[in-house]
Design a protein around this ligand. Structure first.
Ligand code: SF4
Length: 408
């Protein structure tokens, strides 16, 4: 090396050392903001080993959902509830049920299983999508550290009698800081629930908690219901489906553009999930939230209905649900009843047999009709079942014996 070269190298070394010293002094003086990891301590009881991940570069790659987030040490995924701690994928929300209720099954909405029954329903914080029209955004878009340290959960149902002799049920609640899978099953039984529902936020992102609970619930004779946007990879999905009795998929729109602009995701993986459900023979119902001006064009509704009919079959229950102004779309009007009626007629014309109008109490589209004779087999008003002709017959029309798909 020439003298000039040696001088340049020495100068570069001095500059680099000074920069490093300067940087460390700056870091010492202005400490970096707390990382997500320190905000959510790895020693929390809700942090457990996660599944479906592998090493990648200097971190791990989560393969639970189509985002396949790459996570350096301490980083968190897009769903806010999975992180890399110590080179391993962790779920941060195991047994962290932040919303727990005993609901009528019609509220899911699931119409082809045990009409009028109760479902023990739970959710953890977090979601892998970021839907602008989310109806549960306080929960789905929250971080687990925002959840209260304890919640009251339904723990038993006491049957009482009104002065006129009619029976009614009164729920008792218990305060818990963690709701383990065995607790869910015990409380579901004690509240006379016939199923456990993983719902409200996105259950795919609390996969391990849902899976372990579903295994125990199945053993205890309860059904399992997953209410999901279907944004999950095929391997975790297929393992989960071994334990799911009904899967409700929220098909949010029927164009890639709508998914990109209003959910942050894409349509193709959701279609893949629906096709997998069909292939595996799992009872599935589809719901579409119809948003004025965004996904309510006759062409969109016809395309969605046609795809469901041609790919999932004419007996797939399809719901068109009413949007209410909410979250990041507060300025839009609620879906007009006429739009939902038109959507339902479009789907019926495509040949679908069980098409419903949701969030519209009193609409004729709340009922289940026999596809052969057209008589109402289950009549509903909102979440209430007014008449159920299917349960006593094991799911057959009492007039012409037509079999209606479902669990009755
Ligand atoms: S589940 Fe969460 S961490 Fe995993 S790929 Fe999806 S968004 Fe990323």
């Amino acid at each position: 090396m020439t003298l000039q070269g040696r001088k340049a190298a020495a100068l570069w070394a001095v500059l680099t050392a000074s920069a490093a010293l300067g940087a460390s002094a700056l870091v010492a003086f202005y400490p970096p903001p707390s990382t997500f990891a320190s905000l959510y301590p790895p020693q929390s009881a809700h942090v457990r080993d996660g599944r479906f991940a592998g090493p990648a570069c200097n971190g791990v790659q989560c393969r639970l959902c189509p985002y396949e987030c790459f996570l350096p040490e301490g980083a968190r995924g897009r769903c806010k509830v999975r992180a890399n701690y110590g080179g391993k994928i962790k779920t941060l929300v195991y047994s962290q049920a932040s919303a727990v209720h005993v609901d009528p099954i019609e509220k899911k909405p699931v119409y082809h299983m045990y009409p009028g029954s109760l479902v023990y329903s739970l959710a953890s914080p977090g979601c892998n999508l970021s839907c602008r029209a989310c109806q549960n955004w306080e929960l789905s878009q929250s971080y687990p550290e925002q959840a209260p340290p304890s919640v009251r959960v339904p723990s038993s149902l006491l049957m009482k009698t009104l002065p006129d002799g009619r029976p009614y049920g009164e729920l008792e609640t218990t305060e818990v800081s963690a709701l383990e899978p065995a607790d869910v099953v015990r409380y579901a039984k004690a509240t006379r629930s016939r199923a456990v529902a993983y719902t409200y936020s996105e259950p795919a992102v609390f996969y391990e908690y849902m899976y372990d609970t579903a295994v125990l619930a199945r053993k205890a004779g309860l059904k399992n219901v997953m209410v999901s946007a279907g944004y999950i990879n095929p391997v975790p999905l297929s393992q989960l489906l071994e334990y799911m009795d009904v899967v409700k998929i929220d098909l949010k729109g029927f164009s890639e553009k709508f998914y990109k602009d209003y959910t942050g995701g894409s349509l193709a993986p959701v279609k893949r999930t629906l096709l997998e459900l069909k292939k595996k023979g799992v009872l599935s119902e589809v719901v579409n939230l119809v948003i004025p001006g965004l996904n309510d064009s006759p062409a969109d509704l016809a395309a969605l209905s046609g795809w469901v009919h041609d790919n999932l079959g004419p007996s797939t229950p399809l719901f068109f649900s009413r949007f209410s102004p909410n979250y990041l779309l507060p300025g839009l009007p609620p879906t007009p009843e006429a739009t939902l009626t038109l959507a339902r007629e479009t789907a019926l014309k495509k040949g679908l047999r069980y098409v419903y109008a949701g969030n519209l109490p009193g609409h004729e589209g709340e009922n289940t009709y026999c596809p052969k004779c057209g008589r109402a087999l289950v009549r509903r008003y909102g979440y209430a079942v007014l008449e159920d002709r299917l349960t006593p017959t094991g799911g057959r029309c009492p007039w012409d014996n037509t079999k209606v798909p479902g669990i009755w």
